[in-house]
Design a protein around this ligand. Structure first.
Ligand code: AMP
Ligand code: ZN
Ligand code: FE
Ligand code: FE
Length: 293
């Protein structure tokens, strides 16, 4: 595929969220912001849903942006939650659609259990209110927003620290697939599966190395090296690990709009931007593997 010459000097963002999950910009608005931020390519990677992709894809096409269909799947391990990014999700995405529908059902049960706990703690929060707050995938950030609006907490951190976070009083663990299931599902459809923000939270030494090795056997294609939470040193470490397992590297901001105010579209850690060459390399890997672009 041939891109205009100036694209090669430009930047990309392969990790973003819209109102189809817990972001605050609609898929269309997000594409306009990406264009205004001077990006050449963008992936929309909403949590456990593909619902925002058609609108984003259409808007990106009108704006002349390279668009990559993506999603971010929540999975669990003994070490806690791991997010798996899928990039180049095909238009015909069955059986991924059923897989994601099942995850949405699991989320619904968990949200019901957590809102019940919040009510038992004296907060007036219903599933109907939660549904009204969200336009797509519903989760803890939407609960935090209601708690803040009703004055039960003074900020988002308090909502998570006291109630919604892993040590919070209303916490219920998410029932989610294992990372290898998500990776296998994505790889079977010809999507590129990547471990999202591998170093977002502290993990035991060697953890990422063994996970990369295990998931490579399930069809892992890349590691997310650039991310808002990664230092330059971590970006370098992840790139080295990717080389060791012959994986690609990807990167993005994890932009969520107003629901995560510190994150800026196109910025992926310590003033870092993700160069267009990262996309080119991923595309080269896909081409060599006979996968569509
Ligand atoms: P859920 O998918 O419902 O479990 O919600 C997960 C989302 O909640 C994450 O993507 C973050 O946006 C947010 N989140 C999780 N833990 C925290 C925390 N400790 N502080 C602030 N936001 C958090
Ligand atoms: Zn999120
Ligand atoms: Fe994530
Ligand atoms: Fe994300």
């Amino acid at each position: 595929m041939q891109f205009p010459r100036d694209f090669y000097m430009g930047y990309i963002d392969l990790h973003t969220h819209s109102t189809a999950s817990d972001g605050t910009d609609s898929p269309g608005q997000l594409m306009v912001k990406a264009k205004n931020a001077g990006l050449e390519a963008i992936a929309l990677t909403d949590h456990d849903t593909l619902d925002g992709l058609p609108r984003a894809e259409e808007a990106a096409r009108d704006l002349g942006l390279v668009f990559i269909r993506g999603c971010e799947i929540s999975t669990t391990t003994e070490q806690g939650e791991i997010h798996v990014l899928g990039l180049w999700i095909p238009h015909k995405s069955e059986p991924l659609d059923s897989f994601l529908k099942h995850l949405q059902d699991m989320r619904f049960s968990r949200n019901a259990a957590m809102t019940e706990k919040l009510r038992n703690l004296g907060m007036d929060i219903t599933m109907e209110e939660l549904a009204a707050e969200a336009r797509g995938t519903i989760g803890r950030p939407h609960m935090a927003k209601i708690m803040l609006a009703k004055g039960y907490v003074s900020d988002r951190s308090e909502a998570f620290d006291k109630y919604l976070g892993i040590n919070g009083k209303a916490y219920v663990p998410k029932i989610a697939p294992r990372p290898e299931q998500a990776v296998r599902m994505l790889a079977s459809l010809g999507a590129t599966a990547a471990i999202a923000h591998p170093l977002l939270r502290p993990k035991p030494a060697g953890w990422l190395d063994s996970l990369s090795c295990e998931l490579s056997a399930a069809g892992l294609g890349a590691l997310e090296a650039w991310h808002s939470s990664h230092s330059s040193k971590q970006v370098h470490e992840i790139c080295e690990l990717a080389k060791k397992y012959k994986l690609g590297v990807c990167g993005g901001s994890d932009y969520h709009g107003k629901s995560k105010p510190g994150l800026e579209l196109g910025m992926a850690g310590e003033n870092a931007k993700v160069p267009f060459s990262v996309l080119e390399n991923l595309m080269e890997m896909r081409k060599n593997a006979g996968l569509p672009l």
